[in-house]
Design a binder for this molecule. Structure first.
Ligand code: LLP
Length: 430
């Protein structure tokens, strides 16, 4: 297992930012999500200090769908990041965390009237329009509230980077945004731009997640800018803001080869500067919105080993006290993770195990075929890189309570989300 910055070994035992795993178990129990706060802060710093330009303002948003809770949002706010929100719940969490809501961008392909109303009430900075149905609702609500609302339009560049390489297609089936190849988009933009209660600023584009090809981002930025130029010429308006989305790939296992973030961000800025000049754009602001790359590697999940079982077919399982309810990513995407026995971190890794959860579902796996030391009941098993899309996608399947979340920093730990109790599980039942 790769040891990330902040992970150290003391007496054969793993410590995260100076707090040993046995201390964490003693204080909070398992299963448990643990975040290294220094790593979270450093990632924020890397984005803020490298995504900078002298030609236009820049803004980095935290895509809070990766992991939304009051404390992580307080931290992102302190670090100077804006925030990307996609639901009433995410808006509410950011608002209650004291976020400067003028730095919030509201995304989603089917925002409800209730969500939009709340967004306008709390002074949410920019609404990203996905489609014409939504546009009319936003316009009505802006008129009703007698406010002017800043809006971007989400466009679809046809660059599909999910497969780790881009393919440009004129016919794009994505449920998100409006295709730049659909000529009716010009009428929509003219219409939005003509509304007195809407302040049309520019476009948003997000090409996918966990992308390792720098060129996918550069190509998408270029298509967005080329399109912006066409819109400026045909509709005689000025594009001031571009939000180019997130999606920067991270390390889960040694199959993943992420680019060096700081270096990439500086290169990305250069590409945007050059292309905006080539297309004659006078951009006021360029925005990006990372989620996974801010929080993923900072978070780990700590489990206690229960049974260890060899099947008739020969597979050796380690059963842990959590599983797909706290990390559904194997079940959903066949996502790969590393693992280690955190209380035997230096021991010889001589046995091949499959780490399985405790849910009643055959697909409830965490890590397939990984080499670990001989495991025994009571060992502490760690799965790193669970800091994004784990807590936020966790469920109560099998009526398992949601796990607590702890932040550690320089030898101290603190609870930032309490674990659910049995009473919490039946609270809404009638
Ligand atoms: N902006 C928009 C409009 C997005 O839809 C997303 C992610 C992001 C930014 C942040 O992307 P990131 O930097 O985190 O890659 N549940 C999946 C990931 C879904 C991502 C959805 N959108 C997973 O567990 O891998």
């Amino acid at each position: 297992m790769k040891l990330f910055n902040g992970m150290t070994v003391e007496n054969n035992e793993l410590a995260i930012s100076g707090v040993t795993v046995s201390e964490l178990r003693r204080k909070y129990g398992t299963p448990l999500y643990v975040y290294d706060e220094n790593m979270l802060e450093n990632q924020c710093d890397t984005f803020i200090s490298n995504f900078k330009s002298e030609k236009f303002k820049t803004e980095v948003l935290y895509a809070s769908k990766a992991f939304s809770c009051l404390e992580v949002l307080r931290m992102a706010n302190r670090a100077g990041l804006g925030v990307d929100v996609v639901s009433l719940g995410e808006i509410h969490t950011a608002y209650k965390a004291g976020y400067d809501m003028s730095k919030a961008y509201f995304h989603g392909n089917n925002k409800t009237r209730e969500e939009l109303k709340y967004a306008i009430e709390v002074g949410l900075g920019t609404i990203v329009i996905d489609n014409d149905y939504e546009y009319e609702m936003i316009n009505d609500l802006a008129k009703e509230s007698k406010k002017t609302v800043d809006v971007l339009l989400r466009i679809n560049t046809g660059i599909d980077a999910h497969t780790h390489e881009y393919i440009k297609t004129a016919k794009d089936d994505s449920k998100f945004g409006y295709s730049v190849y659909d000529e009716t988009i010009f009428d929509l933009i003219a219409d939005i731009n003509g509304q007195s209660n809407l302040n049309f600023l520019g476009f948003h584009s997000h090409i996918g997640s966990q992308i390792f090809e720098k060129s996918s981002f550069y190509e998408a930025a270029k298509v967005v800018m080329e399109f912006s130029r066409r819109v400026e010429e045909e509709l005689r308006l000025t594009i001031k803001v571009l939000n180019l989305g997130g999606g920067f790939g991270v390390y889960y296992t040694d199959e993943d080869k992420p680019f060096e973030l700081g270096e990439f961000l500086q290169e990305y800025i250069k590409v945007i500067e050059t292309e905006s000049e080539n297309f004659g754009l006078e951009l006021e602001k360029v925005v990006i919105e990372p989620g996974r790359s801010l929080t993923c590697n900072a978070g780990s999940t700590l489990y206690t080993v229960g049974g260890v079982k060899k099947t008739f077919a020969g597979r050796e399982y380690i059963f842990v006290d959590g599983g797909m309810a706290d990390n559904p990513r194997y079940a959903l995407y066949k996502a790969k993770y590393e693992a280690a026995l955190a209380n035997k971190i230096n021991a010889d890794e001589n046995t091949v195990y499959t780490v399985a959860g405790k849910c009643c579902e055959s697909g409830d796996m965490l890590v397939m075929d990984t080499k670990l030391p001989k495991a025994e009941q009571g060992d502490l098993l760690i799965v790193p890189s669970t800091g994004a899309y784990n807590y936020s996608m966790s469920s109560n399947y099998n009526r398992l309570p949601k796990l607590p979340v702890v932040f550690v920093k320089d030898g101290t730990s603190r609870l930032v989300i309490k674990g659910e109790t049995l009473e919490d599980l039946i609270r809404q039942d009638i």
